[in-house]
Design a protein around this ligand. Structure first.
Ligand code: ATP
Ligand code: MG
Length: 631
């Protein structure tokens, strides 16, 4: 049993009795200018939480703590070049007010969209909160995106203002953000101004619409009254990672979203006033919105914010940050962990990581082997791991251990059980509940406060994507299994499920099998049609540093998967590559492998991290095509 000694059975009991009443009680923990008159209004498939309640996200994130402990550090920032900054809650509020007033001076009004395209610097957090303060809808675009991706998203959201920086630092290089913005939006008449924060101090071209951040902000007045916004007022638009296709503009409201984050952050991270929290996600993704900006700040947390690559200039970087800042909670991704593992144990072992007390992961299924490494090498077997399942659409975590509430035994590779108030099911094609230990589709059966309010300017798509497969249940698009103890195991995306000789296999099952081999760093599988078996399995592997590929190793790997998962999982083709196609959020893009393997159009790849990976996959597949033709 691993947990931190809390045993609050009452919370689950209350949630089971009446989940709407339960969330209503949770909502009282936030600051509302006016209380709601109705907790939940359900006009399928559109939900409104805390109807007529008046709230402000920046007030809950800043003013609430400033009134109690203004001098507490909110952000301990470190740049890739080693520069540091500390911002207290008081300073952060002051800064947010000035930026909010600056946006007002540019004519930004409640409901206007503001695109934010910035490196991981405090001004990014400030920009989000400044929008929230005045009721503008922020839409953050990850700063690694190219001009075409930025263009598509700005066009979709019709942002009036863009906030950017001259440049940012990433892996020792400078990313020229302002130049990307110039390319992306200069012919959009609806964009009225581009605000540029000078960070990298590189030459930039200034046009008629451009405003320098400091010129605006330094003269702005120091206090900005928070807008008293409807609970259902849109807080932001955020485009999904685009792992399965074209990114969707997920729209989140304010009151329900904040309630979900307030409660989940407390339960899952068991947060204490003395904690130093470090989430390695980029604010360009939902993890950053929910668990760097809104969740932690509402709890008055002190957190580390890091600008650059976690293994730059050496793999020691992340461990060094943890040692120096005495980080107590680390929240990262399986992709990052596999990368750290690939470099070996020496780096983490050479640093003092004893301040850590809790570890978390998000974004992909965590392979049990990686979980064990995280637990032993990083957590020294003293830190529980919270494997948190959720989506951009869910707004906040849905399935996870809750050390802040209860003692629970962990199983490596399982996100454990749904949170109190969250009702998750595994169903078949027709929406019927499946018995334990049966693979199926993951659905959410009750509404939850963090849920998306729609897709931006596309209610129809919102209905079709999430609410048309099953009546009255939210379709997640994930494939999973619930075991006899009620623990959930994510098996991969529903669209990627392989059907081999009458068996359905999730990609994660086979991939984790390969990753459990000592020579394998990463694995991706996909299927191609096979006349007899239905589908045959193709696997791409990246080996650990220093391991070389050989026929003997390939045979050993095939034998390994046969022993572990069964002969059914035997791949027909196995390729060793140096990198896999991944989204910029770090997830493996299996649909791309599948498309290439099936000789189909590869579709939207704007969210791809590294184009070179496509070439490598294409080369491998050209070989594959030759083999298929020979057969
Ligand atoms: P798109 O919807 O555009 O294809 P995406 O689904 O990758 O992009 P996100 O919302 O960032 O965009 O990711 C959510 C998905 O990530 C989930 O549906 C799930 O497949 C995966 N995921 C997140 N956390 C976990 C976890 N702890 N275990 C397993 N899978 C996870
Ligand atoms: Mg998704």
């Amino acid at each position: 049993m691993i947990g931190l000694g809390n045993n609050d059975a009452l919370t689950r009991k209350r949630a089971n009795q009446d989940y709407i009443k339960f969330w209503e009680e949770e909502a009282h923990k936030l600051y509302w200018f006016e209380k709601w008159t109705k907790t939940l209004e359900w006009n399928p498939p559109f939900a409104k939480w805390f109807v007529n309640g008046k709230i402000n996200a920046s007030y809950n994130a800043l003013d609430v703590t400033v009134q109690k402990s203004p001098q507490k550090a909110a952000i301990l920032w470190e740049g890739e070049n080693g520069g540091t900054r500390t911002l207290t809650y008081d300073e952060l509020l002051n800064y947010v007010c000035k930026v909010a007033n600056s946006l007002k001076s540019l004519g930004v009004k409640k409901g206007d969209r503001v695109t934010i395209y910035m490196p991981m610097i405090p001004e990014l957090v400030v920009s989000l909160l400044a929008c929230a303060r005045i009721g503008a809808v922020h839409t953050v675009i990850f700063s690694g995106f190219s001009s075409q991706s930025v263009r598509d998203r700005v066009y979709d959201s019709k942002s009036k203002i863009i906030i950017t920086a001259d440049g940012g630092f990433r892996r020792g290089a400078i990313v020229e953000l302002k130049r990307v913005i110039d390319e992306a939006v200069s012919d959009f008449d609806f964009v009225e101004n581009v605000v540029v924060y000078v960070h990298a101090k590189i030459p930039i071209t200034l046009g008629k619409k451009d405003r320098i951040w400091n010129d605006l902000v330094n003269n702005a007045s120091e206090y900005c009254e928070p807008e008293k916004l409807d609970s259902t007022h849109p807080l932001y638009i955020l485009y999904t990672s685009g792992t399965t296709g074209k990114p969707k503009g997920v729209l989140h409201g304010t009151g329900g979203y904040l309630v979900h984050l307030y409660s989940t952050f407390k339960w899952i991270f068991d947060i204490k006033g003395s904690d130093i929290y470090f989430c390695t996600a980029d604010i360009g993704w939902v993890t950053g919105h929910s668990y760097i900006v809104y969740g932690p700040l509402m709890h008055g947390v002190t957190q580390v914010m890091y600008e650059g690559a976690l293994v730059f200039p050496t793999p020691l970087r992340i461990w060094d940050l943890i040692e120096r800042y005495k980080v107590t909670i680390l929240y990262t991704t399986p992709t990052a962990l596999r990368m750290f593992m690939k470099y070996g144990d020496e780096s983490p072992n050479s640093k003092n990581l004893s301040s850590l007390r809790l570890l978390g992961t998000v974004g992909e299924p965590i392979n049990p082997k990686v979980w064990e490494w995280y637990f032993k090498v990083i957590g020294k077997m003293n830190c529980p791991i919270v494997d948190t399942w959720w989506q951009t659409e869910t707004g906040g975590i849905m399935i996870s251990p809750v050390p802040g509430l209860e003692t629970i035994s962990l199983k490596p590779g399982s996100a454990t059980r749904p949170l109190p108030g969250i009702n998750i099911g595994i169903v078949d094609e027709h929406g019927n509940d499946l018995p334990p230990e049966t693979k199926g589709y993951l659905v959410v059966k009750n509404l939850w406060p963090g849920m998306l309010i729609s897709l931006w300017a596309d209610d129809e798509k919102y209905k079709t994507v999430y609410w048309s497969k099953y009546k009255g249940m939210y379709y997640s698009g994930d494939f999973a299994i619930k075991d006899k103890d009620g623990y959930f195991w994510m098996l991969g995306r529903a669209d990627d499920v392989l059907k081999v000789a009458g068996h359905r296999l999730g990609t994660a099952e086979i991939e984790s099998g390969f990753v459990s081999h000592k020579s394998v760093a990463e694995a991706a599988v996909c299927g191609i049609p096979h006349e007899v078996k239905g589908e045959s399995i193709i696997v791409f592997l990246v080996l650990k540093e220093g391991v070389t590929s050989s026929k003997q190793l390939e045979d050993e790997l095939i034998q390994h998967i046969r022993n572990l998962v069964g002969p059914i999982a035997t791949p027909d083709q196995l390729y060793i590559v140096s990198k896999l196609p991944k989204t910029r959020s770090g997830k493996i893009m299996r649909r791309l492998l599948k498309a290439v393997a099936n000789n189909e159009n590869i579709g939207d790849v704007s969210t791809l991290e590294d184009e070179a990976a496509v070439d490598e996959v294409n080369t491998a597949f050209n070989d594959l095509r030759k083999t298929i033709h020979r057969n």
